[in-house]
Design a protein around this ligand. Structure first.
Ligand code: PRP
Length: 181
């Protein structure tokens, strides 16, 4: 694709790591049922691939928590645009995210979800951009630590596009000039 400046994580690298994460989660939870809580829309591709490698029983639920809109910087404003369908009280929940950047979204989510009294609440993110953190977040499962650059693909969008691309890439600057810090 013309927009691709550089591939950061290949499809093969991602699939290998996702399999490892699924195996680690299966070992940790055994026969306990896990609620995989996908944060839309970015977490969707990761959820689908990750779930294939989890041998523990799983159920899915979904939330939309928007902090960015179509902009490429966090506004710090978080709002729930779609809430869970099932109660998570007494359930073992793993939040499935594509990326943790400033941590603002998850900080809000963790507070919100803890108040619903799950049996346990963990975080699984494919990408962890620690250098950009504004609030500290303890992450339980991390696919890859990534540097502070604009990443697109495998769930991560640019103006809602490219979420379906099976690898993670840096776009050419001319596509996003003046839109990213
Ligand atoms: C992205 C990502 C996380 C959040 C991380 O979602 O999926 O939810 O930003 O950023 P933070 O750590 O700085 O809060 P976004 O709001 O862009 O929605 P999307 O998943 O629909 O792309």
């Amino acid at each position: 694709m013309d927009i691709v400046e550089r591939i950061v994580l290949s499809e093969e690298q991602i699939q290998t790591r996702v399999q490892e994460l699924g195996q680690a989660i299966s070992q940790d939870y055994g026969d306990e049922c896990i609620t995989l809580l996908c944060i839309l829309k970015g977490g969707l591709m990761f959820l689908c691939d990750l779930a294939k490698h989890i041998t523990s029983p799983v159920v899915y639920d979904f939330m939309s928590v928007s902090s960015y809109g179509d902009a490429t910087q966090s506004s710090g404003v978080v709002r729930i645009t779609k809430d869970l369908e099932e109660s998570i009280e007494g359930k073992h929940v793993i939040i499935v995210e594509d990326i943790i950047d400033t941590g603002l979204t998850l900080s809000y989510l963790l507070n919100n979800l803890h108040s619903r009294n799950p049996a346990s609440l963990r975080i699984c993110t494919l990408l962890n951009k620690e250098a950009h953190r504004k609030v500290e977040i303890a992450v339980d499962y991390v696919g890859f630590d990534v540097p502070n650059e604009f990443l697109v693909g495998y769930g991560l969008d640019f103006k809602q596009l490219y979420r379906n691309i099976p690898y993670v890439f840096v776009p050419k600057p001319e596509y996003y000039q003046d839109q990213v810090d």
